[in-house]
Write a protein of this length. Sequence first.
Length: 638
Amino acid sequence: MYHIEFDIAAVFLSLFIAYYIIFKKGIRKTANRVFLGMITLNFLAEIADIFGSIVNNNPQYTARFIQDFWNYLYLSTHNTLAYALVVYVFYLIGYEKSKRKSLIVSAAPLFTELALLFTNPFHKLIFYYDEKSTYLHGKLFFIIYAVALAYMVFAIYLAVRHRKGISGTITKALLFFIMVTFIPVIVQIIFPYYLLTLFFETIGLMGLLFTIESKEETINPTTGALNRYALNSALDRAMANSGNVLLLIKIPNLNYYNKMIGFDNMNGILKRISKWMDESYKPNTSYDCGRGHFAVLCEGIDEAEIALMREKTMSRFERPWGKGEFSLVFPVQFGVIHIPEDVKTLDDVFMLIDTPFDGKVSVELDVKNAVYKYERGVLIERLIDKALKNRSFQVYFQPIWNSESGRFTSAEALCRLIDSEYGFIPPDEFIPVAERNGSILDIGQFVFEEVCRTYQEEQLASLGIEYVEVNLSVVQCLSKNLMKTFDETLKKYHLSAEKINLEITESATTENMSVLYDTIDVLKNSKFSFSLDDYGTGYSNISYMYEMPFSIIKIDKSILWKAKNPKTGEVEKNGHIYLENTIRMLKDMGYSVLLEGVETVEQKMLLEELGCDYFQGYYFSKPLPKQVFTDFLKVVNT
Ligand code: C2E
Ligand code: CA
Ligand code: CA
């Protein structure tokens, strides 16, 4: 007696899968059509298995041709399914014309088997009926198993051999499918009346559906175009092959247009753009990656074809999109990424897709430079982490000359990252990275503690240093714990906050003003003093300056250098006037004025003439490691 319970359950599962595929999303790619084919074969095999089992269990009530029909249908569909799996894997690893031959050759066992099956009435080698019409396996029935097994092994071989070309998830899902279907086959060979195979195959297909199919088929709901998940798996394959190009087409500042004409109208326009792309490039190669950023994946195209596509895109974007009052011309940015030559990882590609290019008008992206910068940023993040873990950041001190007392009365603490492998990394490079990923909080705390420790251990006060200038990043000002950790550190080294002067750069004063005010207020109440750093480089917002408790204004070196060039000694008339009046204005306002970047004696003399209070620069000293700094002070300050 054949048991059909599992088959019945399988039918319901298959119906669910079919519903999911057909109604939840459109069918777009060949691989997905092959998948749908597998589901159909599987479903037919289940129906045939159920009815075949019923008639084979009760042959006395059935005409022979009906019994034959179900048995042939079952055997032919089920065995074609094994081959369909191979075809499916072919498409997953990226079907190309060159693989067509392999596909046809690998169909040979199936055709042989089908030929054997359909000639069965003459030789009865696959199955036959005894005198009671009982269905029995023939002498060559094992071929059916052997061919199915061979196809499974071949599918595993393909998936593993091309695992670099497909994502790990896909390989795993395929291996899962094959495992789940393979074990019941063995069970069924031993217990032929338990019809388990189709049920487990359906489970395996569900596994494929939820891992591979649902990912591959993700579509952007607004534009109906393939989205970034679809691109992700396509890129997975592209990265493993050569001669691929990803074209980037970006509309800069999408948010601005959203605000201007409203989301609905803008979505309508994006939909038109997607549609135009789908019609203008090869079907299913253009992707909507969100935020007005589109990508087109072109496999195996040459430079001439790229130029043609660029031309086509650019000229289309010269004409308006949309209609009526919402008909607009958009600037467009174009980028060409050679895959895999230009990029190392998928992260690189998505960085290029997501980061808005510099410049607003139609420009072409310098892919190599963008990737270099990004990779460098990733490297620097790693070096920062390493230096924080090993506490290998260093703090250098640059003496600041006080013109009134004629000695060095303060110093600026400057952070140094010197990596054992990559050498000196300039702060102008690592500080912005640290600000972006938040590690500036730890770096800032490290510098603050180092300064306190040095001040106390090296007895800087007795060497004439009244306070140390410490750079404070805005990111630190946004941190709730700042005051608490500063307090604890000061206590640890028995110092008062008067020994620290915090430098805040001018550009910082343009954003997050209210939080900045609050933090500075708290710090001020604990007796910290403040300098405004890099005065004259940002958008000088004088009104902010009044509202902050700055005691020293540090004028940026570029202003001094424009007045008196350190290399040529040249004096520029307007530069001189600007410097002179800036210093006078700031002094009249009651600030102390510090000039950075003093490199020559001429500059120093000029500044003395202009009444500058503090001087900092290579003329006096470069930033020095703590020991050299204290030795320096012992010589010059005593
Ligand atoms: P900054 O605050 O404007 O620091 C002054 C910079 O000018 C320092 O560069 C210093 O070495 C350099 N400098 C001083 N005198 C001269 C001179 O005569 N000629 C020339 N050409 N340069 C001179 P550095 O050390 O490379 O630091 C660059 C920037 O990195 C700093 O600019 C500051 O914004 C930031 N930075 C450094 N350390 C820290 C830190 O601990 N925390 C934060 N948040 N930022 C820091
Ligand atoms: Ca500074
Ligand atoms: Ca500065």
